[in-house]
Design a protein around this ligand. Sequence first.
Ligand SMILES: *Cc1c(COP(=O)(O)O)cnc(C)c1O
Length: 396
Amino acid sequence: MLFDDLEHALAELDRTRLRRRRRVLDSPAGPRVTVDGRQLLSFCGNDYLGLAADSDLVLALAEGARQWGAGSAASHLLGGHLRPHEALEQRLAAFLGMPRALTFATGYMANLAVAPALVGRGDEIFADRLNHASLIDAALLSRAGHRRYPHNDWAALERLLAASTARRKLILTDGVFSMDGDVAPLDRLFALAERFDAWLVVDDAHGFGVLGAQGRGVLSHFGLPASPRLVLMGTLGKAAGVGGAFVAGDERVIEWLISRARSYIFSTAAPPALAAALQKSVDLIEAGDDRRRQLQDLITRLREGLAPLAAQRGWRLADSATAIQPVIVGDNRSALELSAHLERQGIWVPAIRPPTVPEGSSRLRISLSAAHGAADVDALLAALRTMPPTQPETAH
Ligand SMILES: *Cc1c(COP(=O)(O)O)cnc(C)c1O
């Protein structure tokens, strides 16, 4: 009975082209990867500055392991908080210009920590409809009311806030949206947070290292004033090239998380070598204007090439000025066919399907890195131009 249900559900995933399959890389992550014995030009990664394979960073990781060992052996509160963890928090807080920072093993865990620690039953969370899955799960875990507003629609958010009688309110949003690449209107959201006395929690997984002065992220991009109601989460496995995440904010917020956030307290601290390497990542990010300029040039080149092609094929492009450049084709089959067409030409761009994106908005998610060259972008555009037009999928 249990297994009949599972087999039926898996078959249904196959029928609707929603079964997920993993590919094994036989090379380090980067613009050129080896898969099934073949080299592919990859536009999959979130390694926006090309740090994941940077030789200085790899050395810092190896030296960190030599000096501090392989594992941290305990949770942060019970003997697993080593000097590199502490130094990384201080480096991140200073870099971001925030009072305190707290590191986590992953961004998913960092997000699960914040909302449930700040609000609960009887309170309300106001969340963008396209927020990352980890923010949705955090809202559910908090037991607060979960009001979702249309994507980036701050006027709709204003109406929800004005109508709310909740004691505590929390606005929850991606800074850069992970599947669309567009940026949340944080100046507007911050003004609303001030007016309605709400927390503003921003997930900057895709802005940290890339946007703002020296890569300080989306808050710097908007020039928002320092405010205790702002809580910033960022990941360290994307532009920072290693893994992990941080939450930065007011002293009292961080102290509360240390004492109350369950995903922080009940989990082994990340290996100290990662924290040692991540201090080097922050140095490389801070000094990374050349890498950010290269990335920006590639974004412009790709968008200029995509615009006429999309118009001709009926593909939709997102309003994105960031490294995430989706080509929205609509149905699952078209997205998979386009991805397969590129792969036959040695180019790997993942097809993204529901539930990661809303029904009917399946897409290729092109992700650029400073480690790509202009010729790589040109190769991608040339391969896209050879795609034969597809018919929309008919009903099953
Ligand atoms: C990747 C991502 C996360 C999760 O971070 P991990 O460190 O990969 O767990 C959270 N939020 C957003 C918007 C992301 O893109």
